[in-house]
Design a protein around this ligand. Structure first.
Ligand code: ADP
Ligand code: 5GP
Length: 208
């Protein structure tokens, strides 16, 4: 059984860092590689961080209904291909998506059982520090990201969990704890419970 985890956060909150640390320690979770019309940044690689495609091709894929969700963020398009969920299900893995608030809203409608996590930096000052420390953006871009963060944060109530990324190690533990707890939901452990019940020669119908 596959649980879908949606992670959103204002840029610079540490969402990519948290997700990559989780992926490194949990082989049972698969990262959803999105399609985007933006160009690769820094050390990013085609097919690793994103599938980088032209706007023309992106629009064709939208028209063909190929995306589970898509959105325009910072002037570029980003979308989650339907096949990622099929692949995670076929491989018996959970799926984690790093998507923005607009995409999260679409996905929550389509997959109401998806588990959503909103990541927050502990304050605006810390967010600003992290954006500067990442040294990926120019001064005007940093200012725009901070303004957009204030807008995005207003949406935190849409999410099941809110994770404050203060100390990185602790935040990674908390994200892993969310994943572990969700894996203990009754519908996920039903088969295991049935086999335990069988040892007691107790039979309970699958649905109560
Ligand atoms: P996002 O994916 O949310 O845009 P990143 O993962 O790129 O953010 O993190 C932004 C910057 O903050 C990076 O330089 C990252 O190393 C740093 N960072 C992430 N989490 C923490 C943390 N808990 N404490 C200090 N720095 C952090
Ligand atoms: P970046 O360009 O910094 O990698 O990502 C910019 C924003 O786009 C981030 O908020 C990220 O979560 C979001 N994003 C990445 N992939 C997708 C996607 O497939 N769908 C949506 N809706 N947002 C995405």
């Amino acid at each position: 059984m596959t649980t879908v985890f949606i992670v959103s956060a204002p840029s610079g909150s540490g969402k990519s860092t948290l997700v990559s640390r989780l992926l490194a320690r949990d082989p049972k979770i698969m990262f959803s590689v999105s399609y985007t019309t933006r160009a690769p940044r820094g050390a990013e690689v085609q097919g690793g961080n994103y599938h980088y495609i032209s706007r023309e091709l992106f629009e064709e894929m939208v028209a063909g209904g190929e995306f589970l969700e898509w959105a325009e963020v910072f002037g570029n398009c980003y979308g989650t291909h339907r096949s990622v969920l099929e692949r995670a299900r076929a491989e018996g893995k959970d799926l984690i998506l790093d998507i923005d608030v607009q995409g999260a809203r679409q996905l929550m409608e389509r997959l109401p059982e998806a588990v959503s996590v909103f990541v927050l930096a502990p304050s605006r000052a810390v967010l600003e520090q992290r954006l500067r420390a990442r040294s990926e953006d120019s001064e005007p871009v940093i200012r725009r990201r901070l303004q957009e963060a204030a807008e995005e944060i207003r949406n935190y109530r849409m999410y099941d969990y809110v994770l404050v990324n203060d100390h990185l190690d602790r935040a990674v533990e908390l994200l892993a704890a969310i994943v572990s707890a969700e894996r203990l939901r009754r519908n996920r452990v039903e088969a295991q419970v049935q086999s335990i019940l069988a040892t007691f020669e107790v039979s309970v119908p699958a649905k109560d």
